[in-house]
Design a protein around this ligand. Sequence first.
Ligand code: PRP
Ligand code: URA
Length: 208
Amino acid sequence: MAVIVIDHPLIQHKLTYIRDKNTGSKDFREMVKEVAMLMAYEVTRDLPLQDVEIETPVAKTKAKMISGKKLGIIPILRAGIGMVDGILQLIPAAKVGHVGLYRDPETLKPVEYYSKLPADVHERELIVVDPMLATGGSAVAAIDVLKAKGATNIKLVNLIASPEGIAEVEKYHPDINIYVAAVDEKLNEHGYIVPGLGDAGDRLFGTK
Ligand code: PRP
Ligand code: URA
């Protein structure tokens, strides 16, 4: 397992606005989308390329294209939805599968309520997205769902992770690489990431 911290200045700058409690839902949504798109650039760095023959207006040539890789984006509902469009902008052919989980506020354990995945999910390289990796319970449960369907090639992408969440994913899914924009200090007694950004779903969708 590897934790890849994507600390590009544009990502760090936008993440500061996302963290700020004075940032409203419209800007929050927009910047989560932008940061997800910027992160996708790094997350897809290892996609294989193949040579194809093309003709420019000047000459025939060989050029590179991504070699038929089948990708899937898997948002963990709700908050993961905020990261999908940014990634789809870069990889429009990716299929999107949804895993619905919410965290029980008392036990902090994930409760699964929905899943709808591409039929060929086991053949795809999957990018699981969720802004927050807190206790890690939701990410572990979502990856369990995907592995139960036969998926073997999975990356996890979070905006902010806690050290506890990273350790939890490593414990149950040591084969998974995690891409994050920041690793924060700790969890508080309510299981929120400190300093974090608050409740990602509520801030994206204006609920509370
Ligand atoms: C949030 C977040 C993650 C989860 C992280 O979702 O989007 O899915 O908490 O916490 P964990 O690592 O401790 O499991 P939440 O349960 O608030 O649901 P929502 O996205 O529907 O608001
Ligand atoms: N879920 C969130 O949305 N934020 C946290 O800090 C922890 C879990």
